[in-house]
Ligand binder design. Structure first.
Ligand SMILES: [Zn+2]
Length: 242
């Protein structure tokens, strides 16, 4: 069974020129969106009037990974989004409570649960969405609770780092995957904060080599830090078979 990945947006925490923030569409058999940062919703709307998505999974609550859930709410309450079925929205543990608190400041406490069918995943417990099996593994990312995702169908496996510092758990996340979609935010690891939160391209490559994954696609990369031509880097609109 095929699995297709479309990079909707791949900017780091600040946008690349003309770019959208984190959003990766996985298709095969259903349609699953990994993260939904600012700029992802208008990109999805370029090819369909309102996105027909079975489920969205959020890795963590930094704005560049979830921010377009807010206009998704408004478009569902007052726009074309009211016509289709509600997507499932899979959140980190306690994420529903977090969204309720955000909602009370952004509009309504229940604005997200009126728009999405809210679910919370658990560390290491596989769940089924859009005909795909997803497993979330907690990864170090500064002091924020953050997960990487393994997404599998009957024949293919995608590993997505979300945002992550170097760790053995990152290697486990990518173990033997067909494609490792891995952030490479930093020019050099020593430029990171403490505790660590992101990866350099060298650190992402080291995790890839240790993992036995078959293909590495770097992402979340500032445009001002171009990569060596031997490395494959995501770009908005990129499509590939996992
Ligand atoms: Zn982050």
């Amino acid at each position: 069974m095929a699995m297709k990945l479309t990079v909707i947006g791949c900017s780091p925490a600040w946008p690349n020129p003309g770019g959208a923030h984190s959003g990766y569409l996985v298709e095969g058999p259903g349609r699953l969106l990994l993260d939904c940062g600012p700029g992802v919703l208008p990109r999805l709307r370029e090819s369909e009037s309102w996105p027909s998505i079975d489920a969205i999974v959020i890795t963590h609550f930094h704005l560049d990974h979830w921010g377009d859930l807010v206009p998704w709410v408004w478009g569902t309450m007052y726009g074309l989004g009211s016509e289709g079925p509600q997507p499932e929205l899979w959140l980190p543990p306690h994420g529903a409570d977090h969204l309720s608190k955000l909602g009370s400041r952004l509009g309504f406490p229940d604005m997200f649960e009126r728009t999405f069918r809210l679910r919370q995943y658990e560390e290491g417990t596989p769940f089924e969405v859009a005909g795909l099996t997803v497993t979330a593994l907690q990864l170090p990312h500064y002091t924020l609770e953050t997960y990487g995702l393994r997404v599998a169908n009957a024949s293919r496996t995608l590993a997505y780092s979300g945002d992550a510092a170097p760790s053995e758990r990152l290697v486990e996340l990518a173990r033997d995957a067909d494609l490792f979609l891995c952030e490479a935010t930093l020019e050099r690891g020593e430029l990171d904060g403490e505790p660590r939160g992101h990866l350099s391209a060298d650190e992402a490559t080291a995790a890839f080599v240790q993992s036995g994954a078959r293909r590495l696609l770097l992402t979340h990369r500032p445009a001002e830090l171009p990569l060596d031509e031997s490395l494959e880097c995501a770009y908005d609109g990129m499509q590939l078979d996992v």
